[in-house]
Write a protein that binds this ligand. Sequence first.
Ligand code: C2O
Ligand code: CU
Ligand code: CU
Length: 519
Amino acid sequence: MRPSRRQIIEAGALGAFSLAAGCERRRLLDGAVRTQSATSAAPDLDVVLRARPARMMIDAAAGKETDVWRFEGSRLSGRASAFSEEGLGYLGPTFRLRTGERVRVRFENGLGEDSIVHWHGLDVTEENDGHPRFAVGAGGTRRYDLTIADRPGTYWYHPHPDGRTGYQVHAGMAGLFLVTDDDDQARGLPASEFDLPLVIQDRLIDGNGQLVYAPNPMLGFLGDRILVNGRADAVVAVKAGSYRLRLVNGSNSRIYKLAWSDQSPITVIGTDGGLLGSPVVRPYVMLAPGERMEVWADFGRMPGGDDVWLESRAFAATGGMMGGGMMGGGMMGGRGLTESGLANGAAFRVCRFAVSGKAPRLPVPRSLSPVVWRPAEEVVNPTAPRRFRVSMAMMRWMLNGEAFQMMAVAPNERIKLGVTEDWEFWNTAGMMTMAHPIHLHGGQFQVVERTVAPAWRAVADSMSEGLVDDGWKDTFLLRPGEQVRIRVRFARHAGLFLYHCHNLEHEDMGMMRNFRVES
Ligand code: C2O
Ligand code: CU
Ligand code: CU
């Protein structure tokens, strides 16, 4: 039914518009066409994205299907390769667009409650950003028209309704949005079947195979089953060759300290905003909720073609009074505070790579894609950065003592379009601190400096070597006792955007604020 209707539409439209779309893209890249004027020509991709309940096999060993909410897609027009309707597991369709292309999405809300889609990491207009004020009710629709202006990299999409983001993402609502520029082969990067996205999430699954959403107001939601691409106990079949792994932390609250079980170091080639200038090598990498990391993996390295595990190692996610932290979660992480007993910072295995068959083992390219930082001289407030403090009142996490209000913008939350500023996030207040993944809408920024107060150094250092600030970021891990300086510039779109903790339960409880970009 569905395919044939689609084929009919395509047969009529494809020939005419693919030509037009190609020109549109080229003109856009030349800088001659801006987002607004591009809306008249046909888009490169036109799709429907439907949120609705479904049943999926998540835990094959238990043999019971699980009720989820998920995004389903259908392609109305455009390249088939730009939109895989079959997402990974319960995850929604995977978008695969080139920089400069334009995609039109019609979101249909088939859930029994408000929802809205946000394109995490993409630099889009405020109407397209999925702010909770645009949420549509059950049966409602919202149209998006995105022109991809972002560096090639791994982005993702998820719902963003006020107070229900954690629940909806937990129920299964998320998908990948990959941006490419067709130069990966020229860069010497593994492509096609050797380019593997791995979306990591944790869940609690009951005896009937059903998801249990049991968040803790302070810590967020922590499950004891680790899912990769929507499957529990994931085994990833690979050949004994080189791979590009696109790691996405799609978990609500869990932070991962990812390492190889054979003790090999991790070669990082990209962060939130795409490829690094050149690869960096780390003993392990930290991946907080919302963050992405691209990793080079050589599965031909094991003698005898042995399997290898991606594991998460122990670290201290919280610090108490005087900064004392404990591996595996510390004072707040014990049983009773997390439903699952698998604390943030506990050690566990993420997935097994089952190696069989040969594949090319490629040399790691020495340069990837130049990262051109904003010059320090451009910063208008070098000695007086804007300051945002993590705070807590009545057992709720907040920012600068304020909780989210739909339209509220404080005086220090107004910024001029096109101006480069330094912002500082402080996580030092209070009796107790924990790590928070801080995320800004409105595009990518640079992490300039990290400072940890002496009392918290031991806690923070359980993560230090795994932080990769060498590339563009839209989400960064703010450790207990730390202050982080970032350099921002909102150059393309004026309007109302969000910054928030990407611990989704913290976000839902109000650890989120607006900022206004003024032209
Ligand atoms: Cu990934 Cu405002 O969120
Ligand atoms: Cu976002
Ligand atoms: Cu938080």
